[in-house]
Design a protein around this ligand. Sequence first.
Ligand code: TXA
Ligand code: MG
Length: 347
Amino acid sequence: MNTEVIRADAEGIRRAAELIRAGEIVGMPTETVYGLAADALNAGAVAKIFRAKGRPADNPLIVHIADESGLEGLVSSVPEMARRLMRAYWPGPMTLIMPKTEKIPDIVTAGGDTVGIRMPSNEAARALIRESKRPIAAPSANTSGKPSPTSAQHVFSDLKGLIPLILDAGPCGVGVESTVIDTTGKEPVVLRPGAITPEMIRETLGAVEVDAHVMKPLADGESVRSPGMKYKHYAPSASLVLFEGEHGRVVREMCARYDAVAAAGGVPAILGSPQDDFGQRRVFTLAEAGNAEEAAAHIFACLRELDDAGVTAAFCETLPLEGMGLAVMNRLGRAAGFNIEHVGGPA
Ligand code: TXA
Ligand code: MG
């Protein structure tokens, strides 16, 4: 199959919507990451998403709507906390888990009785949903196990030959996937951190819980509330090690470890900020020091660049687990297999 990459202008959106209505799948820009879109009410179309990504069948998809009327018929009830979160943060990078109706095919929710719904703020995504006249099921448009795509080129690199069309609206502004919040229990639970932070949720609802697996690996035989947590996502081919501790010591330790890898014939790299002095060593810029939003916008492109450059070992400093820092550390942590070393002895 020939894969076309076209601008997400009126003509592009018209063509993409036509494909969606015909049961095809297309690459779709959103403010978080690019999605792989299909008609959420067409089980055959949704099956194509799982095939193209190589996605395990037990990992449910998020359903995207363009406005609140789009919710109708998809969920059997809207919990009060979900209503308040929608009012505060939709359209935007937030997915709400709610009880589903019969209308949503089982393949979308991996047989579960809840569905994740999101109203993206990206104009091209909203236009595509409106013009398709369908709710749109869309996971991130990467091959399963690769970093999420934040540009149309990333989607092309993973899925060329497997999908007919990719809408290009430039790089994604947020850069990490939406915050996933379970609203079916007594308290709101963040299953995946994103740009709508726990601090913001607490501000809106007065309470928030963050699932423990956001910052730790799954133990053998342990079960999770969100199937996505159990897969080793965002894994670069390079081994990634994270360092926490006093900043100056962390920089020195990263340099020492880098030099050891180089001396042993490996290909080392540092994910760092331009303000720090790493000498002549190879640095992939994650963000200016302390800018978690910028780190979020760059992290997935950085992980892809490590692979493209054949890096065998990469080193990166941790970010504080607050605000957007939690979302970045969740992705870095998973890419590193939660391999975090404390520099200067135990914390
Ligand atoms: O920003 C995003 O959310 C992007 C863009 C394209 O909208 N989409 C995205 O989809 O990241 P995906 O499929 O890559 O990640 C969805 C995550 C997975 O971890 C999945 O397990 C979880 O949400 N999820 C989906 N439905 C769920 C449900 N009913 N209950 C619990 N977790 C769910
Ligand atoms: Mg994904």
